[in-house]
Ligand binder design. Sequence first.
Ligand code: ADE
Length: 245
Amino acid sequence: MQFDVFTLLPEVFPSYLNSSILKRAQENGYIQVDVHNIRDWTHDKHHVTDDTPYGGGGGMIMKPEPVFEAVEDILGNPPVCPLILMTPQGRPFSQKVADELVLHPRLGLLCGRYEGLDERIRQHLVTDEISIGDYVLTGGELPALILIDALSRLIPGVLGDENGAANDSHASGLLEGAHYTRPAEFRGWEVPAVLRSGDHGKVAQWRREGALRRTYERRPDMLEKIELSKQDRAFLERLRNSDEN
Ligand code: ADE
């Protein structure tokens, strides 16, 4: 999958992209991330990318010309792929949106800066708008990295273990339960015996119940949205009853 990022702060991308799993994903050809500096598409001496708003008011607005030129140069006109604007006004990002977006072989990501961008960019260039949450950051660079990260790990082969992403919190519609590693006892706290029993059936059931319990305790809203087995429902019923007593 290819990502083309359009930003005024290209320098913030390499340290994250060149670490760990995303680094390996690029080296092994699963993803390609090209970061484009919008400033490279200015033509004036001072490489101006923003200007004061029509009608007055505070703040600076990203000018349309360099953004249109950058995107058309890289993605073509008409563009070969969607162009997503990272903005707190966008549709909320989620695992479901990640599952949908990863189906595209290529995505353009436009990082807003300053107080905003000229509305014509939104109307005539951008094809989708995404928010990573109901809070406002200084720009779309971190949101773009978050989107790249969340999509990349869904591509088969990017995580070492093929099941990695399938068992994640959210992927199954449930939060993941507890995990343990050695030592079996640490400061008097023991790893649950069932995990050391070697009984795969019991371990699977313990994990399922742990995921159900954690989701019930922390995100009961998620339980409304997924299909549960008869056994799952019976377990949740027992949890509810023990809460009431
Ligand atoms: N840019 C600034 N805040 C943002 C947010 N919450 N999501 C996406 N892009 C943003």
